[in-house]
Design a protein around this ligand. Structure first.
Ligand code: ZN
Ligand code: ZN
Length: 327
């Protein structure tokens, strides 16, 4: 197998040939046909997460077909198309696993972060954490659903019944979520980097009622906001944009520091909360809904060997939607 490997933090990924791996009991081996590029991958490469591990193969939006089965795998067959997400494994016994909050497991493995991921021609995964994808939709179009869609979905659920929904950072996750939110009958207000008129037009084309810069005030108070951009300064801005009792959901795994803010901006029962990881139930709920809605993802494909270029383009905001690596 081949992979783009992070050998040292803050250095470019390296194209390497690795020995083929065999699935252990309960595992599958997936021949990868597409792997989405997530902002979290940038945080992994830049060493911004709490448990940096190298060498590592990044990538946690894997789409491919099973080409080897470990013993004891049930319900999955050779040749089946599956998605492998960020949540790679949980312990099943800690208090969070027992509370049906496996996203907060005390001893998890995360694909492309603490276990090798999908910037490769093949990956090993725990069969219980892979999602059957069926045959509808192309491999490339489905890849961004595995994290941008899934974490976005969990964030959207956290906003409850919010009708007027603000999305800060209109990238891979928001362009999927805007479609879900519109389908649910919510109004979407899209906030982009200042001067990003292309991003604002993109948001409007997906049904946003309004699009503007992240330092603009929305035309009416929001019921809730989700922050996808990794900028702590957006937290006070979003708090000022939500109504009394409104909620601000921070969807990313890493953010720059949140500036101090006057208590009165939080006052009147406004809330700030973060979203961490996903549960398997989130995946089942969201992937079923995505197929029903007919979510269309906007993707830019890169050959696997150009993973560094894809990451650089993501950092610079040089494409709409999501980047996807194709081996
Ligand atoms: Zn656990
Ligand atoms: Zn991700």
């Amino acid at each position: 197998m081949h992979a783009m490997v992070l050998r040292r933090l803050k250095t470019p990924l390296e194209w390497m040939e690795l020995p083929d791996r065999q699935p252990a009991p309960g595992q599958i081996r997936v021949k990868i046909s597409a792997c989405g590029v997530c902002r979290t991958d940038l945080h992994v490469v830049d060493g911004e997460l709490a448990e940096p591990r190298v060498p590592i193969v990044p990538g946690h939006e894997i789409v491919g077909r099973i080409d080897a089965l470990g013993t004891g795998v049930e319900g999955l067959a050779i040749g089946a198309r599956v998605g492998v997400p960020w949540l790679g494994q949980t312990c099943g016994v800690c208090r969070y696993c027992r509370m049906e909050r496996e996203n907060l497991c005390d001893s998890p493995l995360f694909t492309g972060y603490t276990r090798d991921g999908g910037y490769a021609t093949a990956a090993i995964a725990d069969a219980r954490f892979a999602f059957p994808l069926g045959e509808r939709g192309s491999d490339v179009s489905l890849a961004p659903l595995l994290c941008a869609g899934l974490i976005g979905w969990r964030s959207l659920v956290m906003t409850g019944e919010a009708e007027r929904l603000g999305l800060y950072g209109f990238g891979a996750a928001a362009h999927i979520l805007a479609q879900v939110a519109r389908w649910q009958g919510r109004s979407v207000f899209a906030f982009t980097r200042r001067g990003d008129t292309a991003g604002q037009s993109f948001a409007l084309s997906l049904g946003a009622s309004w699009a503007g810069s992240s330092d603009d005030e929305p035309p009416e108070p929001l019921d809730a906001a989700i922050i996808f951009a990794p900028l702590g300064e957006l937290v006070p801005r979003a708090l000022r944009a939500v109504r009394k009792g409104g909620r601000v959901v921070c969807a990313g795994i890493h953010m720059t520091d949140i500036p101090t803010l006057p208590y009165r901006w939080l006052w009147e029962e406004r809330e700030i909360r973060s979203v961490a990881n996903l549960t398997r139930q989130d995946g089942i709920d969201f992937l079923g809904l995505a197929a029903q809605i007919g979510i269309e993802t906007r993707t830019t494909s890169y050959p696997l060997e150009q993973a560094n270029e894809a990451l650089a383009d993501l950092k610079a905001g040089r494409f709409e939607g999501a980047a996807v690596l194709v081996p």
